[in-house]
Design a protein around this ligand. Structure first.
Ligand code: NAD
Ligand code: UDP
Length: 342
């Protein structure tokens, strides 16, 4: 663990997954700096991480597309590795404003890699997504399953994966980990950090949480005529703390020698929309009214990971089940009904 005295730069570290990962990094004894433009986050998350860990978490308010800001961060600090979460993630918005997504996610990452290269920092963990598998035909999804994103957001993830593979092929001194997340949900067990969507949530669990806390009236279940056990869509929900731990495992995996690795981070277990509703009702003691509406365009019936490769190569495995994910999500939501604004 020669990296312990050096600093990990976390882009997007004020956001949902980044903030949970900062907790794990700080608790492992690492020094951490966050770079975030706060376009989808609040500084309150950084303060909450400091409170949970009783450690300082410096944040630089800056944009990954700003080369001057990046160069300053690398010049002023001894950065050994970068965990790169910064990016935009709303599929619907990416259909409407594709260039905003290519600019933030692809151009921003290119800029980051150029600055890293200039400062001889060649260890990068990238937040990819199971969305790169498109509408998959065979379950479970392995890292060798066909890829083919079906919206601009997914294509930005695929493009960055390809860019990083090309970079590694040209310069095998790089250490690159591409982590394909399945469906991150839940919150830190303290209930002090969690997911805080700006608008009406697009994703299932945050929507259910806001129904439970009374911010929204009822859930729309997008289709109950899929070829699944109860007809509703099946996903591989993964506790955000398990996901955060996966990043530390990725850093350990990259440490001994340069390499490029691609890993699914999921539990390997799929749950339907109705199972998720049920689990949340149990965790919160509240009823979640819902009605069935039309399928959401572009949704796959089923998506879940084969997590074998991460277990074998990263020595990582998810620990928490759906019940714990819902309990922790509910603790955060009920303590902070309006998110960081409350
Ligand atoms: P998030 O929006 O909570 O966090 C992203 C952070 O990046 C935010 O704090 C935002 O302010 C910051 N940011 C955005 N553009 C930036 C820029 N140009 N410069 C600096 N900072 C910028 O999202 P999250 O759920 O924590 O996701 C983190 C990463 O994981 C993203 O890259 C996302 O695409 C990926 N991912 C998320 C999910 C998910 O369901 N949450 C699934 C798969 C992959
Ligand atoms: N879903 C739903 N109602 C919602 C949001 C999502 O029924 O308000 C369903 C969606 O069709 C999918 C599952 O819940 O089957 C997970 O959706 P989410 O958007 O959270 O993840 P993704 O589809 O991107 O994997």
């Amino acid at each position: 663990m020669s990296e312990l005295n050096e600093t990990v730069l976390v882009t997007g570290g004020a956001g949902y997954i980044g903030s949970h990962t900062c907790v794990e990094l700080l608790q492992s004894g690492r020094k951490v700096i966050v770079l975030d433009n706060l376009s989808n986050a609040s500084k309150a998350s950084i303060e909450a991480v400091e409170q949970i860990t009783q450690k300082k978490l410096p944040i630089i308010e800056g944009d990954i597309r700003d080369r001057v800001a990046l160069d300053q961060v690398f010049s002023k600090n001894s950065i050994s590795s970068v965990l790169h979460f910064a990016g935009l993630k709303a599929v619907g918005e990416s259909n409407e404003f594709p260039l905003k997504y290519y600019d933030n996610n692809v151009n921003g990452t290119l800029n980051l890699i150029e600055s890293m290269t200039a400062h001889d920092c060649k260890t990068l963990v990238f937040s990819s997504s199971a969305t790169v598998y498109g509408i998959p035909e065979k379950m479970p999804l392995t890292e060798d399953s066909d890829v083919g994103a079906i919206n601009p957001y997914g294509r930005t993830k695929l493009l960055v994966e390809e860019m990083l593979k090309d970079l590694y092929a040209a310069d095998p001194e790089w250490r690159v980990s591409l982590l394909r997340y399945f469906n991150p949900v839940g919150a830190h067990a303290s209930g002090e950090i969690g997911e805080d969507p700006n608008d009406i949530p697009n994703n299932l669990l945050p929507f259910i949480s806001q129904v439970a806390v009374g911010r929204l009236d009822k859930l729309q279940v997008f289709g109950d005529d899929y070829d699944t056990a109860d007809g509703t869509g099946v996903r591989d929900y993964i506790h955000v703390v398990d996901l955060a731990r996966g990043h530390l495992a990725a850093l350990d995996y990259l440490e001994p020698a340069p390499k490029l690795g691609i890993h699914n981070l999921g539990t390997g277990q799929g749950y339907s929309v109705l199972e998720a509703v049920n689990a949340f009702e149990q965790a919160s003691g509240r009823s979640i009214p819902y009605e069935v509406s039309a399928r959401r365009p572009g949704d796959a019936a089923t998506s879940y990971a084969d997590p074998t490769k991460a277990r074998e190569e990263l020595n990582w495995q998810a620990k928490y089940d759906l019940q714990k994910m819902c309990e922790d999500a509910w603790r955060w939501q009920s303590k902070h009904p309006m998110g960081y604004g409350s």
